[in-house]
Design a protein around this ligand. Structure first.
Ligand code: GTP
Length: 487
């Protein structure tokens, strides 16, 4: 599915309401039964992977080349990308062009938004989200990570480059912490550009040794992380290792290829358990216009089941929309279940009423709107501590809103969960704490300014809907889970 030209900004798209009364055709019970069979029995298991890493580590190149090796990028497109990238003096980015679709992305040679691709192997269906590495685009990266089950971290093994990505402020660190905080617990580390260091085994091992403790510290269990040496540009050790270019690597490496790891031959990636019975939640990560349909939204279902003909509420707000069709993995399906990345084509709604970050849910089971809530947070490696009343940016799925940490309630022992101190004055790096967060005034109503609530749920009710990230001045300072909605 080519999503490169999509309108990923929060801008409204041209208004066009297509009214079409639709009815759901299949009973919920029947869908549930079918979904359980597909997800838990013998059929293909779907996994979505977010590709992360420091700027220029080779993420887009790796994915472009991988799609080519798997027959997902044809020769014609490949040659056209080679010619196009050569013309603007960026020939080394020709593989990345398979994913970096917009003119600006191609000219700047960086990924700015999330590119979505899919491929399959006999037992797995993969959805790949290529996230931007540049630090200015971390919000887009958060949106990508909140739609993923697993992460593929790409690191540049070139002398000095791995180090600069891993030092404080580097995206290798920040991305790993972010995806873990957003619930991703499985990671494959592709150590790339080994051609630049003469396929040095000691360099590969040095990078593994440096990263291992950091992965554990960030909460990735060693049994759920794996390392693989690759050369993305030449396609070495992505799908196979039987060509001349792989000879140097083959002298010391006989482990799995990247695809071996991805398909779970080494059982590193485990498809997550999906909650099908909870109410349907669909955070919108993209809004765009489809020909002959009207409005369309893309994102990942985080809870329940959605089906064609269903009437959904758009929160915040009073609008409703009807699901005209559901696109999933390049085809149309009558229903989709929790965990799937889909496009919902909607009727009976003006597209201006759909925005990135809003949540679609059943009319009978609305998501609460919150302006104040209590959260348990973990403070990242920050230089300036968090204080009561600190102004922050709150991230929830693809939405970010101004907020403040109004009350610091207590600090908590991370291991035992016991309260260490109540009403602490400040929260420094590494602290675990309970805080009260309030949205800052965003709307003027009459004389008074009031904050408009955002749809939020407790972590207890829905794990994916109950995770938040807190940023300040372009830096992620904490991650957390929602404990209670206070108002
Ligand atoms: N020598 C060598 N260069 C590579 C390899 N993989 C990628 N590159 C080069 O590294 C540069 C960056 O590659 P990209 O794929 O755009 O990197 P990226 O991580 O997607 O970058 P952002 O999306 O902007 O963060 C390009 O010039 C690539 O040609 C490799 O295996 N070997």
């Amino acid at each position: 599915m080519d999503m490169s030209g999509l309108n990923l900004n929060d801008k409204p798209v041209e208004a066009e309401i297509i009214e079409e009364p639709l009815k759901t055709s299949v009973s919920r019970e029947k869908i549930l039964e079918e979904a359980k069979h597909i997800l838990y029995a013998n059929e293909k298991k779907g996994i979505s992977i977010v590709v992360i890493g420091h700027v220029d580590a080779g993420k887009s190149t790796l994915m472009g080349r991988l799609l080519y090796e798997l027959g997902r990028l044809d020769e014609k497109t490949k040659r056209s990308n080679e010619r196009g990238s050569d013309k603007i003096g960026k020939s080394s980015f020709s593989w990345a062009w398979g994913l970096d679709g917009t003119t600006e992305e191609r000219e700047r040679g960086i990924t700015m938004d999330i590119a979505l691709q899919s491929f399959q192997t006999p037992h797995r269906q993969f959805t790949v989200l290529d996230a931007p590495g540049h630090k200015d685009f971390i919000p887009n990266m958060i949106s990508g990570a909140s739609q993923a089950d697993s992460a593929l971290l790409v690191v540049d093994s070139t002398t000095g480059e791995f180090e600069s990505g891993f030092q404080r402020g580097g995206q290798t660190r920040e991305h790993l912490l972010l995806v873990r905080s957003l619930g991703v617990s499985q990671v494959i580390v592709a150590i790339n550009k080994l051609d630049q260091v003469a396929w040095s085994r000691s360099r590969f091992e040095e990078i593994c040794t440096t990263l291992r403790p950091f992965l554990i510290q960030s909460g990735f269990h060693p049994s759920k992380s794996a390392f693989v040496p690759v050369g993305a540009m030449q396609g070495v050790n992505l799908v196979g290792r039987d060509d001349a270019l792989s000879a140097d690597l083959s002298q010391w490496y006989n482990g799995p290829t990247l695809v071996d790891l991805l398909v779970g031959l080494s059982d590193k990636l485990i498809p997550p358990v999906r909650d099908l019975t909870c109410p349907m939640r669909f955070p919108i990560s993209n809004v765009f216009k489809q020909q002959n349909v009207g409005a369309a939204v893309s994102g990942r279902l985080c809870g329940g089941i959605v089906q064609v003909g269903e009437k959904l509420r758009v929160l915040p707000g009073d609008e409703t929309a009807v699901v005209k069709s559901i696109e999933f993995e390049e085809g149309f399906v009558p229903w989709a279940a929790s965990g799937s990345n889909v496009v919902l084509n909607l009727t009976s709604i003006d597209p201006v009423n759909l925005s990135v970050g809003s949540i679609l849910c059943p009319q009978t089971d609305l998501v609460p709107l919150a302006t104040t809530f209590t959260a348990k947070i973990i403070v990242f490696d920050i230089a300036v501590p968090i204080m009561a009343g600190s102004s922050v940016e709150l991230f929830h799925h693809s939405r970010d809103v101004p907020a403040s940490t109004v009350k610091l309630l207590s600090t908590i022992d991370r291991a035992s969960g016991e309260v260490l101190k109540t009403n602490p004055r400040v929260l420094g790096k590494g602290t675990s704490a309970e805080v009260q967060i309030a949205l800052r005034n965003t709307q003027v109503s009459g004389a008074a300014a009031v904050a408009r609530g955002i749809p939020l749920e407790t972590f207890r009710n829905n794990k994916e809907m109950g995770r938040i990230l807190i940023r300040r001045g372009g830096e992620t300072i904490a991650a957390g889970v929602v404990l209670e909605i206070n108002g």
